[in-house]
Structures are given as C-alpha cells and as structure tokens.
Design a protein around this ligand. Structure first.
Ligand SMILES: [Zn+2]
Ligand SMILES: [Zn+2]
Length: 237
C-alpha cells in the first residue's frame, strides 16, 4: 500500500497528463480543456436498468438479472481512450481516475444500500495467460479503497464463450450455470454485492454474473461500470 502511494505521488510529481485522455497538461491544469468540455458525463436522473440517463434510455426496462447498473460516463469520446489505457497500460492513472468517478457515483446512487462486498467480472484462465491483468479487477481494487467496501475475489470464468450465439444456444439447452460460477468455498449467501466491470454494453455479462451469484444465495447484485454505451439522441450530433 505504502509502495503504491509512493508510486502515485511520483507519477503526480513528474508527469502532468490529463488523467482521461493522457494528453500533456499545463503546469496547474488537472484536466485537459477538451475533456473538461467534452467528457461524456451521465447527468440528471438515470435509468438503473440500462445505466443511461433517462433522456437517453431506450431499454424499455428490459429486465436483466441484476438489481441495477450505474456508471459515471457514456462509452464515448475521451472515456474510450481512458478505458483503452486501462486495458493495455493499467499501471498508469486510468484505474485510479475512473474508480474515483465510480465511487462518487456509488455514493450518490447507491448510498442507502449497505454492500457486504465488491467483486468483479473475472478472466478465464486463457485470458489470464494472455493479459497482464484484469482491468475490472483493477477498478474493483481502487473502488474498494475509495469506498472502504471490502473486495472479495469470488467469481470464476469457467470457459470462454466463443460467441454470443453459442452462449444463447447453451442457455436454450438449459445450461443456466453459463460460463461463470462462484469460487469453491466463497460464501455469498444473503450478501448484497457490488459487481464491477469496465464497460456495460448489452448488460449480458453482468447479468450472467448476477444470475450465478443469486443462484449461490446472494440477496442482491448491483453493478457499477466505468462507462455504459447508449444510443445517441436522434437530434444530437
Ligand atoms: Zn483529456
Ligand atoms: Zn434504460
């Protein structure tokens, strides 16, 4: 932990980059002008079924198996670059920056819910071998230190579904357990869980994880991601 704080301070002392897009900043700037003006912040009342603002919700309250999803941003503009950096160069400030925004969002939208623990969408063994780290785990770690909600690494991804089509086929065959499971020995019974991922697109992944957590006894599963994708309003550019 001390080591990490030291690294963070070094990063702050010797570089001055926009934490979202990575562009170089002037001496006292904390955010580049472009991000300051154009970050796709989700404002106003939100739809917790799809995570978009009510003005951009088009989910028609399609029921997914989690109890809610929120995010500070739409998956657009500078946030795409920030998440890309998170995936491929996770050691920079992207995880810290995004998790801080996610923590504010959790405080504001989920403030009254007493979470027992935070967990994250896991990697399969193959993904673990291919990638140095899981970006959702990084976000969950940072979020845990901001919110003081304990982190519990309790999900496993049993295999990679090659396509959405195959997952659907499996489901039709009655394979409700899908590709995720709760780790052996992890007790989630009666727990209220905060589930973390980097991006929510259709919500299928979060829903799959929520299903298995609930099958294993979790009371409720609320999701938070760094960004959600949503259709742009027709009259916007
Ligand atoms: Zn920027
Ligand atoms: Zn919606």
């Amino acid at each position: 932990m001390i080591e990490k704080i030291k690294n963070d301070l070094l990063w702050l002392a010797f570089t001055n980059h926009c934490p979202y897009c990575g562009s170089l900043l002037g001496k006292d700037e904390k955010l580049c002008k472009n991000c300051l003006e154009n970050l796709p912040v989700i404002k106003g009342e939100r739809c917790t079924f799809c995570g978009a603002g009510k003005d951009r919700c088009s989910c028609k309250k399609h029921r997914l198996k989690y109890d809610g999803v929120i995010a500070p941003f739409y998956y657009e503009d500078g946030v795409c670059e920030c998440i890309r950096r998170l995936k491929f160069r996770g050691k920079d400030f992207a995880a810290y920056t995004l998790a801080k925004d996610m923590a504010e969002c959790v405080e504001k939208e989920y403030g009254g819910i007493g979470f027992d623990f935070i967990t994250f969408v896991p990697f399969s063994l193959r993904q673990k071998a291919q990638r140095p780290y899981n970006q959702s785990e990084l976000l969950a770690q940072e979020l845990s230190s901001f919110t003081k909600i304990p982190l519990k690494n309790c999900l496993v991804k049993l295999y990679d579904s090659s396509t959405q089509h195959e997952t659907e086929k499996n489901k039709r065959r009655g394979n409700v357990f899908g590709i995720y499971d709760v780790k052996n020995g992890a007790d989630v019974r009666n727990k209220t869980v905060l589930l973390v991922d980097d991006i929510k697109t259709t919500g299928a992944t979060l829903s799959e994880c929520a299903v298995i957590l609930k099958i294993r006894g979790a009371k409720a599963v609320y999701c938070v991601t760094a960004a959600v994708s949503a259709k742009k309003k027709k009259n916007s550019t």
